[in-house]
Design a protein around this ligand. Structure first.
Ligand SMILES: [Zn+2]
Length: 507
């Protein structure tokens, strides 16, 4: 109080003793809120309805709007894919069958009130560039990215959102009473991970540096939307200072870092939490202050009705398809104490507990083989499952499903398959989850592989047919026969990896 009084006193003195500038009023700091989400694959709550849900985030956004009319909602990439829904088809406006490929997410985010997004690596899972750009055009929110462009017919151009190019940066104006609007510059960056043929990446740091240079003269402050690993965020913040906030994605667990006056923030995937950044920018001093809080999205928050209606429309479609396939998506299969790990960066480089559980399930349903393996690309979740596992959780883990087959492989072929699948395919979808194999010496059931002996192997039909990268040679050893039905506990079970895991977990 005493300080405030002194400050007022000082201002009065200044005003009195400097009559020529008596009309100048120092502008109060401009205050606004950034609501942050990242890595959202599911439009509806998970964990049996307890966690996440975009209709709840919409409610939080509306609460924030009552606190401050200038709420800017941002999503830091990874939302058009992967998801079980995204793999399904629907009848589009032209009466054609079209892959959903993120449309459920675009419509939900439109209803929720998203303002800005950048690309994540999973946006480029959509194999058809024209379909990706259709989804951009259907988005009411704007995309920005400074280090990725499209390659069309051998020529490089910006990605298009309708008839507008996705810009390297954009300016969001916040109205200021009695003054020019505050110009908030936004720039997005994505890690160059998904090497699909229609995307060209430029160097993250150099693109960021040069874009920031263009942005600074036309803005009052800059905020970045980054889809990077956190160590890359930290390196970028150190190399290119001057951006007070990185709205970050790609890492799926809540974290915050402070590097060279940059706050790096990431919320939990699937909107289990959101970050709320209350920002105050003083144009007189150029100073920005940020107060960041994490908000848990759970069943204590009501659904916002308009967003909920969109979510329900898509869920009804998806659940009908799943029920037609013989599944009960809402059924709770098991409760778990430890999260089942299916984060892509882990399942494609190591055997996780969820990979091990999958292999145990297959071995229990198809006993008697020497070796079991699956390609990790079968497990698409790129997230972990917590607390309650529903049939829907299992479906979204293995969106493509698929049969398992039993084949005979000569020892030398088995050794080559394990060598390729466990070592050479590290980091790829063709990296194997396995059972009865020692990964360090590739011994099977404790014994060195005998090149002249035949081994019985259970694996996905997809891999047996030679469709997995670098494992094409397996196709020479599969004659196309498979068991359509398995027998477990004296009862028939459909031969599909999803049915096998549901049965095993529910025992
Ligand atoms: Zn990502």
């Amino acid at each position: 109080m005493r300080q405030l009084f002194l400050l007022l006193f000082a201002l009065l003195i200044t005003a009195c003793t400097a009559p020529t500038v008596a009309t100048v009023v120092r502008e109060a700091p401009v205050e606004f809120i950034i609501l942050q989400l990242n890595d959202v694959y599911e439009i509806a709550p998970l964990e049996g309805g307890k966690a996440g849900g975009l209709a709840r985030v919409a409610t939080v956004r509306q609460e924030l709007l009552r606190e401050n009319p200038y709420v800017i909602t941002m999503l830091a990439g990874d939302f058009l894919s992967p998801s079980f829904l995204g793999t399904m088809k629907f009848e589009n406006e032209a009466g054609e069958r079209e892959k959903i490929a993120g449309l459920q997410m675009v419509e939900t985010l439109n209803a929720m009130g998203l303002d800005y997004a950048t690309f994540g690596n999973h946006e480029f899972d959509i194999k058809d560039r024209a379909l990706l750009e259709k989804r951009l055009a259907q988005s009411d929110f704007q995309y920005t990215v400074c280090n990725a462009t499209a390659v069309v017919d051998g020529r490089e151009r910006a990605f298009m959102q309708g008839n507008k190019p996705v810009p390297e940066y954009l300016i969001h104006e916040i109205p200021v009473a009695n003054g020019a609007p505050l110009r908030l510059g936004l720039l997005g960056v994505v890690l160059p991970f998904n090497q699909i043929n229609y995307v060209k990446y430029t160097d993250v740091t150099e693109s960021f540096r040069s874009t920031l240079k263009q942005l600074q003269p036309v803005s009052d402050l800059a905020v970045a939307i980054t889809h990077l690993n956190v160590d890359e965020d930290e390196a970028l913040a150190a190399d290119v200072p001057g951006v007070p906030l990185f709205v970050g994605g790609h890492d799926h667990s809540q974290l915050s870092r402070y590097v060279e006056r940059t706050v790096i923030a990431k919320a939990d995937a699937n909107a289990k939490t959101v970050y709320i950044h209350r920002i105050s920018h003083d144009r007189n001093s150029g100073k920005t202050s940020i107060s960041s809080t994490i908000r848990k999205i759970d069943d204590t928050i009501a659904d916002e009705p308009a967003t909920k209606a969109v979510v329900d429309k898509w869920l009804a479609r998806a659940f009908t398809v799943m029920e037609d396939m013989g599944f009960e998506p809402r059924r709770e299969v098991a409760e778990i104490d430890e999260p089942l790990v299916c984060k892509e960066s882990l399942i494609r480089t190591s055997q996780t507990n969820y990979g091990r559980l999958t292999m145990d399930a297959i071995a229990a349903a198809m006993p008697g083989a020497d070796v079991y393996f699956i390609n990790s690309g079968t497990m698409r979740l790129d997230d972990n499952i917590f607390n309650v596992v529903t049939e829907y959780d299992i479906l979204r883990t293995y969106p493509f499903g698929g049969k398992l087959v039993r084949i005979e492989l000569p020892g030398e072929v088995l050794e080559r398959a394990l060598q390729t699948g466990i070592r050479d395919n590290l980091g790829e979808g063709g990296y194997l989850q396995y059972k009865n194999v020692n990964p360090s010496d590739l011994a099977v059931n404790g014994e060195v592989i005998d090149p002249g002996k035949n081994y019985s192997v259970v694996l996905p039909e997809f891999v047996a047919k030679g469709y997995e990268a670098n494992l094409e040679f397996l196709g020479d050893h599969y004659d196309g026969t498979n068991e359509e039905m398995l027998t477990v506990d004296g009862k028939p079970l459909r031969n599909d990896i999803r049915d096998v895991v549901i049965w095993y977990m529910g025992r």
